[in-house]
Design a protein. Sequence first.
Length: 492
Amino acid sequence: MNAGTLLLTPWRACHKAMGWLSLGILGLCIAVAIGYAIISGRDNALWVTVWLYSAAQFYLWAFFLSSITLLAVDARWLCLPGMQRAAIGAVLLYAVLGLLPTLVLALLFGGDVQAICLITLLCILGGLSFALLPRYIAIFMGLLPALRNTLAGTLHLPGVSDPRFVPWAATLALILVVTCVVRWRMVVTTAPQHQLGLGGAMVLQYRRSQWSGWGGMNGIDSTQQVRQRPDWMQPRPDLRRVGPQRPDTSMRVALGGWYLPKTWMGHLQSLAPTLLATGVPFAVMFLIFSQDHGMSVRFWSMIAVMMVSWVCMFGSLGVMFMTVMLMQQRWRKNNAELPLLALMPGLGDAEAAKRHLLVTMLRRPITAQILALVAIIAIVAFAHPSSISLLLIVIGQLSGMAALVACLLGIVGGRPLPGWATFALMISISVLVGCNSSLPNSMVGHHPWVPAMSFVATVLAAWLIVGVAIGWVFRRSWIAWRMRPHAFMPNG
């Protein structure tokens, strides 16, 4: 086991496209940081550079370097102890390499070495924790930045310039190290077939997701998903309005997933896991804020704005992810299941069938996203938000809708985006929406916070780039959709 072997370990454990995409994101963050440092010339340029680099490290460890765990799992069950040692050595080596640039920057520009290095270390450990934790925990880590900003004043969390930051961050880093070690051992020593569903580690989904097609959020076929559910979670469809007179409803049954018409009890069963998972962080925030603010009007307005805004923002992202993944999976199967849908009565000719599919496919997700946007605007309107803050929120929601339409047209049109491109687009939108997550609750109060122009310009520039990409995808997908002879032709 030499240094070359350790350096190549993550490339042998994950898809090559994911590796190159991760390096591209790292290079982009470094280029933006260098450009900002040169152009601004401000005293905080060092901190901005460190934060951008650390964010890239979080991404690397969450989606690329964490794939080393998969190699350790294989080594465990194939009884290859040398490979296990190589996996552990690679994790330690890349952690040290990730910290080195931060250390060099701190030494060259005279920053607080301990505080700066702890920022990068926390991002490295946070990314690895995201990959190793069960999915029902990992999916809510996107709320952490907004939670931190919201609770900083209430819990008196120290900032990076606070003398208490170093011991506080060191304690948090130690907790994350223990979490990573414990979860690594659990993931490696437990048979992969016993770690399916939401209880399995996020990293185990990377292998099942079939990167070349990026078939699903959990990479498992929908029929397997249904079999793995307990009896009380089995879907309860409502088939009363299915038939030749209602081809759209019949198509919803055929598409399955969240398109499936359900009874009221079926809807409650589908929402129960999400409501239970989101209830925990919201209950914690409610208890913390109620102690500081009491049951005042300001308290209830702050809680309402935060909860409604976050549910709508991240719920819209969830709708986008879930719908694209479902359609990817349906149109990827190269068997007779999809073409048989063309025989459903009431569809008409090929063009009519395409219209029915397009309307059925877009109506539910677009309606949900429009309602989410209306709810956000309504909940923050009474606070008289700044036009810039409202503009950023609206752009984020509309971009999610446009990306959804563009991706779905490409899938059913026979020209879906490659897996790496879909992943890059979805992650870019998620990151930018995450940047907006602290805006709604900042509007509450007598003096609403107005974001700095540097923040606004950066986010708008990023949205412009993403918007151009979405426009190109939409044009490509629309041409393919118009040329598609029939809607129910698989892409496999």
